[in-house]
Design a protein around this ligand. Structure first.
Ligand SMILES: Nc1ncnc2c1ncn2[C@@H]1O[C@H](COP(=O)(O)OP(=O)(O)O)[C@@H](O)[C@H]1O
Ligand SMILES: [Mg+2]
Length: 231
């Protein structure tokens, strides 16, 4: 088997806002097929770090390097923490997923686009609900529709910012099963910011814990053995 490709390399990455240091000299490699969980209490810099990974923000010092030929921001599907969805807007799941396709010159969906949309909906188990309105869908279904939208361009990596927040246990489990399947079967690299210890334990191949005082730890599930771990 070939060695797994490194997609993103963080080199001596440091970030601060005003006087607040978030992390200092962070070194980390994210490889194809990794399931990286990023944990730590609120305000420790998790969302800031993923913005840095997507090069949407400049670090205080250090570098974010895309090491693989052909890997760039377009190969990352992003599921943000919050969204402003107008509840009254009559958008069904197919149309919602298609929104990410409208950066081309043709203002309608081609046969190929429709296939991309139905493939993405299938991966999140919403193929039978494609005509349902997003606004009328359950929290778990909405979250899965966001993931489908992030998948529509067939990304090498998806980055998700607290996707299971506010979901009931069953919906959480379903979202995590979908992510695990994407990682194991499709070799999609997963970067997950989460406060859910169970999903971290079950799914991660790598864990990054931000402590909020500039320090951090990189490791595996043994990082959670310490009872002081705060989510
Ligand atoms: N654009 C910004 N300007 C100034 N401070 C910011 C900015 N973005 C985030 N912060 C601060 O940086 C800290 C980390 O924020 P964030 O990355 O959102 O943390 P987390 O996602 O772990 O909750 C917080 O104290 C937040 O207020
Ligand atoms: Mg956050």
């Amino acid at each position: 088997m070939s060695e797994k490709q490194t997609l993103i390399k963080l080199v001596d990455l440091s970030m601060s806002f005003d006087q607040k240091l978030l992390f200092k000299n962070l070194n980390l490699e994210i490889k194809q097929g990794d399931f990286l969980s990023i944990i730590g209490p609120n305000g420790t810099g998790k969302s800031t770090l993923i913005q840095l990974m997507m090069k949407e923000l400049a670090p205080r010092s250090g570098q974010v390097i895309y090491t693989d030929n052909g890997f760039d921001r377009k190969k990352i599907g992003f599921v943000p923490q919050t969204r402003n969805i107008n509840e009254d807007y009559p958008l069904n799941l197919t149309s919602f997923v298609s929104l990410r396709l409208y950066d081309n010159l043709i203002p309608w969906l081609t046969k190929k686009d429709r296939l991309k949309i139905s493939t993405a909906l299938k991966k999140v188990r919403l193929q039978d609900k494609s005509d349902n309105l997003l606004a009328n869908s359950s929290g778990g279904e909405q979250q899965r529709a966001y993931i489908a939208q992030a998948l529509v361009h067939d990304p090498k990596m998806i980055i998700l910012d607290e996707p299971t927040n506010g979901l009931d246990e069953r919906s959480k489990k379903e979202v995590m099963e979908i992510l695990k399947k994407l990682q194991v079967e499709d070799q999609v690299t997963i970067v997950l910011v989460t406060h859910d210890p169970e999903s971290v334990i079950q799914n991660s191949t790598k864990i990054l814990k931000l402590n909020g005082d500039g320090t951090f730890e990189v490791g595996d599930q043994s990082l959670l053995e310490n009872n002081d771990v705060e989510f």
